[in-house]
Design a protein around this ligand. Structure first.
Ligand SMILES: NC(=O)c1ccc[n+]([C@@H]2O[C@H](COP(=O)([O-])OP(=O)(O)OC[C@H]3O[C@@H](n4cnc5c(N)ncnc54)[C@H](OP(=O)(O)O)[C@@H]3O)[C@@H](O)[C@H]2O)c1
Length: 225
């Protein structure tokens, strides 16, 4: 089997010291202005920004470069992972500021067919279908690479992060750790999902760089392959 030709994937989050991406009430005000600028600088230098549908439904992000000096052409392609096309047609990620790829499964339901037709009417939206129950992330990476998307910023949330780490699709990790503790067993963490059963199976990282930032610290790692 040949090597998987896939985009280089950088996983970035802002998290509390206890690894939470938001509080139990979904308050995700973790990063200050400086950290938001750091993330928007990474956005400006990638071909695509990827998030799960959970993040779209909870935060309604635009996923554009707007916290730093930028032109509309600096906006990367936005990629939403959404097996059942739960994306609202008025989601901000569907605005005209950039192209948006919605990755969904091959499984059809009457609602889904209707939604696909509505989304296809939007000129900046493209739909990619792969996988049956969930989006096949490995296949999606191959398809995106063939489309010229060579570098992706993965911006969560915890469920999609698990899917990407489990399939060994992440190459680099960059996290801002805020000096805050959120607690709460139900609060989303950096990587959720089923989790690895043993330390032998887990994803191993090599620490590359760390520096104090805003009120917290930025940690950068390469994923050991
Ligand atoms: N602090 C930060 O930096 C940051 C960044 C991003 C998000 N967040 C927070 O994270 C939370 C959202 O996280 P979340 O875990 O609920 O949602 P998520 O990771 O954004 O989206 C997960 C969803 O993606 C879909 N999916 C489809 N195929 C998948 C696959 N192969 N693997 C994994 N997921 C797949 C699934 O829904 P379907 O089956 O319906 O497709 C799944 O439920 C929010 O609270 C948000 O504020 C924080």
């Amino acid at each position: 089997m040949g090597e998987l030709l896939k985009p280089y994937v950088i996983s970035n989050v802002g998290m509390s010291l206890d690894g939470k991406l938001a509080t139990i009430d979904n308050d995700s005000r973790i990063s200050g202005e400086e950290d938001l600028k750091r993330v928007h600088n990474i956005r400006k230098n990638v071909d695509g920004i990827m998030v799960g549908i959970g993040t779209i439904l909870k935060d309604d992000p635009r996923l554009t470069v707007h916290k730093i000096d930028a032109k509309i052409g600096d906006n990367p392609i936005r990629i939403v992972i959404d097996s059942n096309l739960r994306i609202p047609l008025n989601a901000r990620v569907l605005n005209k500021d950039a192209k948006t790829i919605i990755a969904t499964t091959l499984k059809d339901t009457p609602n889904k067919i209707e939604k696909i037709n509505k989304l296809k009417d939007m000129e900046n939206v493209e739909i990619i279908r792969t996988g049956i129950e969930k989006v096949n992330l490995k296949k999606l990476m191959e398809i995106l690479y063939k489309k010229g998307i060579k570098k992706i910023l993965l911006e969560g949330g915890g469920t999609l992060n698990w899917g990407m780490f489990k399939e060994n699709l992440v190459d680099e990790v960059s996290v801002y750790v805020a000096p805050k503790i959120f607690g709460g067993v139900g609060a989303p963490t950096y990587v959720d999902g089923e989790g690895f059963k043993t330390v032998d199976e887990c994803v191993k990282l090599k620490l590359e760089k760390y520096y104090p930032f805003d009120e917290g610290i930025v940690l950068e790692f390469k994923v050991k392959k």
